[in-house]
Every structure is written in C-alpha cells, then in structure tokens.
Write a protein that binds this ligand. Structure first.
Ligand SMILES: *Cc1c(COP(=O)(O)O)cnc(C)c1O
Length: 368
C-alpha cells in the first residue's frame, strides 16, 4: 500500500477506446466529438482525452475555457470546443491555445473580435441556438441576423452551429423532432452561406435519432460505457471501477445497533465488515441500509448509516477477512455494480454517480 488511500478509482483506458471504436462504427461517416467535461465524467479529463485520442479522436468538448487550456497544456491536439462560458479578460486564451468558443451574444463576439484585431489573427467560432432546451443560445429567429451582424467582426469566422436536445434519450419524443426541425432550418442557411458544420446530437440521439447526426455527434456518457437512458447495452464497456478494502470483521450478537442513529439493529447474530469509505468518498448517505457492494464475488448490503469515512457491510455466513477487496462500482468475479444501478437507488442518473465517485477520489490508477 505504501501510505496510499485504501479507496481507489481505476479507469480502464482500453474500455474507453473500445467504446470510442464501437460508437464510431454506429455513427458511420459522421465524426464524433468526445465530451470530456466534468473531469471526463469523473474519469480524469486528460486521461480520458488521451484514451480517445489514441483511438483516433481529434475533436473534444468541454464546458469552460480553463478545461480547454488544461487539455492543450497536456498535449491534446485537434478541435477543442468550449461550450459554456469565458471571462471578459479571457479572449486571448482562445488564440493562444487554439480553442473554439461557442457564442450566443454580441458581447462575447465583441470581446473575441477585439483580441483578434489587436493581434491580427482570426478565430473560428460556433453559434449556439436554443431549440427547446431552455438553456443557452440564440432564438432560432435571431440566428440569421446575428450571423449577418458578425460581418462587422472581420476577425471572427463562423465555423459551426450547434444546439442541444432535452430528451434525445427517449425514442420518438416529439420535443426531439421539433427541436431538430428548428435546428435544421436555421443551420441550412448558415451551412450554405458560411460552410459551417452543424451539430446537435448527443449520446441519446446517437442511439435513437440517426436523422439528427448532421455533421458531428457530441458524445459523452456512452463513451464512458453507460447507455444514456440507463438501459443495458452489450456494446458499451464501463470504464470506471471503485474499490476499497475491509479493515475490520466482527461478529455482533442479535440486538446490536450499527452506526449513527441506531437505524440498523441486528435481528440475529451478524458478521459485520467495516470499510473506510463514506460520503466523503462519494458514497451517498441515501445508500445507507440497502445499497449493495461486492466482496468475495458476492453482493452484500450496506447496513446502518454511511458515515463520513466509514461504512458497515453485512457479511454474515461469509469467510471474509481484513484486507479483502470491496467493490463499490464495477466488476468483481461474476458480479457487477453498475453506475445505473447506484443511480436508480439514488433517484439520479449514471452521469452524476460517475462524476461524484471520480471527483471524490483523488487516488486514481489506470487499468493497463
Ligand atoms: C454533455 C454534453 C453532451 C454530451 O451528452 P451525453 O448525454 O453525455 O452524450 C453534448 N453536448 C453538450 C453541449 C453537452 O454539454
């Protein structure tokens, strides 16, 4: 162990690459942009980007400017799209690091133009249209005039137009058809006039809406091995594994209270294993009394309240010992705890489980 944490996130670069290959095949001729925001959905942004780059990816998407800068500094090449925001003093970073902003206000355009004019350099920008997500973007009716207005900004080149679906993970959802119709209408004009690339599809659309592929697919969750709607899927390989070790095994008599609040009272003699994992490590307190983990290749239940750094497992009838591995996410033997399974208990989605486990555990190792 050499002084390291007992808790470990292992990320399998080969699984990330395999997902990239599988999804590329599904997409046919349409290139994929790997979304690596949220620290690569918890898998480590640079680590994940390198795995996808190694598999042939040369388009990456992040939320904030600082993430794009970090990718470039780590040597990631190709297009890096900044989808969310940048600060008033940050325009120079786009030029210095060859990053591509997504814009939807003239204030953003003016900041980027001023920098381009000062350094006599050009910058490619993508426009964002709100087609029903109700988040960022121009109204569809505004796009034409906004684009025409950019003629005042000779250092900016319109290279892309994008939008985002609110429910592409639901097959046949009317909102997706409606958003796509709005998007295709405004995007067609821009494509004709400026030769832009059009992109609106995410993982959900990659699975459910081939008619929405356009010129590029921005794929996130599926690259990390989860289906966007939480369905089982043979072609995707989960890449993240979260493991710990047993630090104590004790036999409690019937009638013993376990952990804070005495919410679990043993009904019979019960063998309890303790693991050094708690909500600090991303193990949500709502998994107390019922959440499952793996040890000895079997599913066991978390009993009593999850503490900050400690949780208890019911290992009655099992021959487990101190030092045995416990798996909180991923495979052990024939059994597997999926991010979707954890998400279901917590009434959330795999995306959040992966982000939180990844963020909470700084002790990464790669699976090669
Ligand atoms: C995160 C994100 C995606 C990818 O979504 P998934 O459902 O993970 O495939 C695509 N586009 C934008 C703008 C995003 O923020």
């Amino acid at each position: 162990m050499k002084g390291e944490s007992f808790n470990r996130i292992t990320v399998d670069a080969a699984a990330l690459a395999a997902n990239y290959y599988a999804l590329t095949e599904r997409a046919g001729d349409i290139p994929l942009m790997a979304m690596v925001k949220g620290d690569g959905y918890g898998h480590g942004m640079v680590y994940a980007a390198r795995a996808f780059a190694g598999a042939g990816c040369h388009r990456f998407g992040v939320a904030e400017l600082c993430e794009g800068v970090e990718l470039r500094r780590a040597g990631i090449e190709g297009m890096i799209l900044i989808t969310t925001c940048f600060g008033n003093e940050d325009a120079s970073f786009f030029y210095d690091f060859d990053l591509t902003p997504v814009i939807s206000t003239s204030a953003q355009a003016a900041l980027l133009e001023a920098e381009g004019a000062a350094r006599k350099d050009e910058l490619e920008v993508h426009l964002k249209v709100n087609t029903g997500m109700g988040r960022l973007g121009l109204w569809p009716e505004e796009v034409e005039s906004f684009a025409a207005g950019l003629a005042e900004f000779p250092h900016l080149k319109i290279a892309g137009v994008m939008s985002h679906f609110p429910e592409a993970d639901i097959p046949g959802s009317p909102s997706t058809a409606e958003a796509l119709m709005k998007f295709k209408k405004v995007a067609a004009g821009l494509k004709e006039r400026y030769g832009v690339i059009r992109h609106i599809a995410n993982s959900g659309a990659l699975f459910n809406h081939p008619e929405a592929y356009c010129d590029m697919i921005r794929v996130g969750i599926a690259l990390y091995g989860c289906h966007p709607a939480g369905l089982a899927h043979d072609g995707l390989v989960p890449a993240m594994r979260f493991s710990s070790r047993i630090i104590q095994v004790k036999d409690f008599p019937a009638g013993s209270a376990i952990s804070y609040g005495r919410t679990f009272i043993t009904e019979k003699p019960t063998r309890i294993a303790v693991i050094p994992v708690g909500y600090e490590d991303g193990l949500n307190r709502h998994l107390s009394n019922g959440g499952e983990v793996l040890t000895g290749g079997r599913r066991v239940q978390i009993c009593g309240r999850i503490c900050m750094n400690i949780s208890m497992l019911d290992v009655s009838d099992m021959e487990v010992k101190v030092g045995d591995e416990v798996v909180l996410l991923g495979r052990q033997g024939e059994e597997c705890i999926s991010a979707d399974e954890v998400a279901k208990v917590l009434d959330t989605i795999s995306y959040e489980v992966l982000c939180i486990y990844g963020h909470a555990n700084k002790h990464f190792s790669s699976a090669e």
